[in-house]
Design a protein around this ligand. Structure first.
Ligand code: HEC
Length: 218
């Protein structure tokens, strides 16, 4: 009686070889992706900003520039556009000062656990508005209501005032609690929010500022 030919699917050496190839290919792919990601998330420098080189994560000194949010037809969503220089809390910040201010903002945001209610760069909760692009929220512009409400004449001062006394400026059904934030900490947070809004997040959060009621206080 002739032996039936063995199917390739039941051959042990076939599966061993396949496993080795798949593991090898995935390893190379992961190494390549790691380097590709590193270059995308590495912070730019002040020199990049001065030369107009666009980095996905700009230098802390981006707080010295006007930031716009414009539709990119090519990419199908909005992207942050870094514009002309503008004073931030009345001055231009050196790279050292800007980094220190941002650091204070980051520490305060962590210490007060803003992510308990808000989302930052995809992490956190949706009890309160997403903060990723909060700096660009029209409510804080000269056409919005927050400058008049807080009696301040710049976006950064209005935000800092709100952060120190949120319960004085209630707008939605939900109110942000008073977290005991100092004037200096508020400045740091606003710097952090401005820097974060300048990060190219591939249009996340989607539909920011377009749908009625998704943004804060119109
Ligand atoms: C207990 C929940 C809670 C915590 C914690 C909290 N917030 Fe809020 N926050 C809110 C709510 C609710 C609103 C909406 C308030 C309103 O519309 O009147 C808000 C609004 C805001 C806004 C305005 C949003 C916009 O789109 O313009 C900013 C900025 C903000 N919070 C920053 C912070 C920061 C920074 C922290 C941490 C230091 C923080 N919040 C912690 C609940 C919270």
């Amino acid at each position: 009686m002739a032996e039936r030919p063995k199917s390739v699917w039941s051959s042990i050496s076939f599966w061993k070889r396949s496993a080795a190839w798949v593991t090898g290919f995935s390893t190379i792919l992961l190494i390549w992706l790691t380097f590709d990601t590193m270059s995308q998330i590495t912070m730019g420098s002040d020199a990049d900003l001065q030369k107009g080189v666009t980095k996905r994560v700009p230098a802390p000194t981006v707080i010295n520039y006007h930031i716009d949010y414009k539709m990119s037809e090519k990419r199908g969503h909005e992207v942050p556009v870094i514009g002309e220089k503008e004073p931030f809390f009345g001055k231009e910040w050196s790279p050292k000062e800007a980094a220190k201010l941002l650091h204070l903002g980051k520490l305060t945001i962590q210490a007060k656990n803003c992510m308990n209610c808000h989302t930052l760069l995809g992490n956190g909760a949706y009890y309160a508005p997403d903060l990723t692009k909060a700096w660009l929220d029209p409510a804080w512009s000269d056409k919005g209501s927050m400058m008049a409400m807080t009696g301040k004449s710049t976006r950064e001062e209005a935000m800092a005032e709100f952060l120190q006394h949120p319960s004085k400026y209630p707008t939605h059904a939900r109110m942000m609690p008073n977290l005991g934030i100092t004037a200096e900490e508020a400045k740091g947070i606003v710097a952090f929010l401005k820097h974060m809004s300048a990060i190219d997040t591939n249009g996340f959060p989607r539909n920011f500022g377009k749908e009625e009621g998704t943004t804060y206080a119109r």
